[in-house]
Write a protein that binds this ligand. Structure first.
Ligand code: GTP
Length: 137
């Protein structure tokens, strides 16, 4: 079975068993098809920490060609960061590969994109997962 193995790194739970260390140590023997990186867009104080963790994942050799879906969560909160603000703080301005259908086959470019969402309102992440699915073999 070609199961999709996704590491959901929920920003608030960096110390939990689903954090980066889990992906790079315990799961390093598994094939990772995609990384979903969930950031609390309303917690600006922890953006530097989120960037550091993300940078660690992006530079992990075993994830070189793995698509990255960055989800900025909690946009139902009025003062949550905008997509542009989150991109800026995560160092993703001008780095992402584009929404919609973008054919990156044969380019050696790793798909990476930011989608804003609200888990409690059940909105936004569907587009992100749909975007990601086009890059999963
Ligand atoms: N407003 C809003 N709240 C959310 C959303 N997703 C999760 N939450 C709420 O956030 C709370 C959980 O907080 P998390 O962000 O997961 O933080 P945590 O890891 O539990 O706690 P800390 O790490 O101590 O901050 C719960 O009350 C969830 O209902 C969302 O999209 N919008």
């Amino acid at each position: 079975m070609n199961a999709m193995q996704v590491c959901c790194n929920y920003f608030h739970n960096l110390r939990c068993p689903h954090s980066t260390c889990c992906l790079t140590s315990k799961f390093s023997h598994l094939q990772v098809d995609a990384v979903v990186y969930l950031v609390d867009a309303n917690d600006r104080e922890r953006f530097p920490e989120a960037k550091k963790e993300l940078d660690g994942l992006l530079s992990d050799e075993s994830l070189t060609n793995v698509p990255f879906l960055i989800l900025g969560n909690k946009i139902d909160i009025p003062y949550a960061a905008s997509e542009d603000e989150l991109r800026y703080h995560l160092g993703l301005t001008g780095v992402t590969t584009g929404k919609g259908n973008v054919n990156l086959a044969g380019t050696n470019v790793r798909p990476i994109e930011v989608f804003m969402c609200s888990i409690v309102r059940k909105m936004g992440y569907g587009e992100g997962f749909k975007w990601m699915s086009q890059y999963i073999k």
